[in-house]
Design a protein around this ligand. Structure first.
Ligand code: GLN
Length: 299
């Protein structure tokens, strides 16, 4: 198992969120409390993603070359001026390391300098047979999305190869690492990029995986910088929602009485001041793909 956490709220220090509380995500790397048979410690690396509003993000220049600003740094600047940012979704960035989180000085010395209204982080305990490398560490990102998976998919190569065919046949060679989580992300992100409601996308992917691999453990976590979606399938999850913030975490990082445990087999959708918890249905609520009243009210 791994442990993961997502935060939405007032600007917070990215590094501080990793070390916040008496039972911080960093502490959970060596002393987790709710492992549920998924390992002992989470020492196979970590990662954290954060979002910036488009105006603060480094704009793309030309064919994907990053423009770094400053006089004379761009040969076209004199004639065209710097590239203009346009309004759009928040832009996600990330930092990952395959070493135990407690060994990385960036957590105390660099990451606290970054601030964001949205953060998604994970610490990893590699499933047996899977590589320990930076590319295997969540969060996995694509477009505006970030993703983490706490769990494991037995027979993941056969299962996910078969499921990919059900979801537009994305090339599984695009997986960053040869792990169940990285490969699952290649499939899930197809649905997200197609504009499928993220809750519906999670339901469909979870159902498809469980149909072929019924013992799969699927605590999934997706964020887009404004909303967080999560599933529970076997592993622990808690939420803390207040008027101005929302936190989703495998384990509460402190003793705040507002933490609320989430039962197994649920879909969670949170924003500051908003919380939806619904059973993980195999199919969308009706054949037309319409959402429930709760979901409609949220969107
Ligand atoms: N199976 C995933 C991996 O190996 C997640 C592991 C976990 O949740 N412990 O990266």
């Amino acid at each position: 198992m791994c442990r993961h956490l997502a935060y939405l709220g007032p600007p917070a220090s990215v590094g501080e969120l990793l070390t916040r509380g008496t039972h911080s995500l960093r502490s959970q790397s060596w002393a987790p409390r709710e492992m549920r048979g998924g390992g002992t410690i989470n020492a196979d690396g970590f990662g954290v993603a954060w979002w910036a509003p488009p105006a603060e993000a480094t704009p793309e220049h030309g064919s994907g070359v990053r423009w770094h600003g400053g006089m004379g740094s761009d040969p076209d600047e004199a004639e065209t001026g710097p590239p203009q940012t346009t309004a759009g979704p928040p832009v996600v960035s990330r930092y990952r390391n395959a070493s135990p989180i407690w060994t990385d000085p960036a957590v105390d010395e660099v990451l606290p300098q970054l601030h964001s209204t949205a953060v998604l982080a994970a610490i990893r305990s590699a499933t047996v047979g899977m590589p320990v490398e930076r590319a295997a560490c969540a969060p996995f990102t694509h477009g505006r999305w970030a993703f983490s998976h706490n769990g494991a998919i037995p027979d993941w190569r056969e299962t996910l190869t078969a499921i990919a065919a059900q979801f537009g046949s994305p090339s599984l060679l695009e997986a960053e690492s040869l792990t169940d989580s990285a490969t699952l992300w290649v499939i899930l992100r197809v649905l997200l990029e197609d504009g499928t409601d993220p809750g519906t996308a999670l339901r469909r992917v979870v159902a498809a995986v469980l149909e072929r691999s019924p013992k799969a453990r699927l605590n999934l976590l997706v964020g887009d910088g404004e909303t967080v979606w999560a599933t529970t399938r076997h592993h622990s999850l808690s939420v803390l929602v207040a008027d101005d913030l929302a936190v989703v975490a495998s384990e509460p990082y402190d003793d705040d009485p507002r933490w609320r445990p989430i039962a197994d087999r649920q879909l969670v959708v949170v924003r500051p001041g908003r919380l939806i918890v619904e059973p993980l249905a195999v199919e969308p609520p009706d054949a037309s793909g319409n959402f429930s009243e709760n979901e409609r009210a949220f969107s």
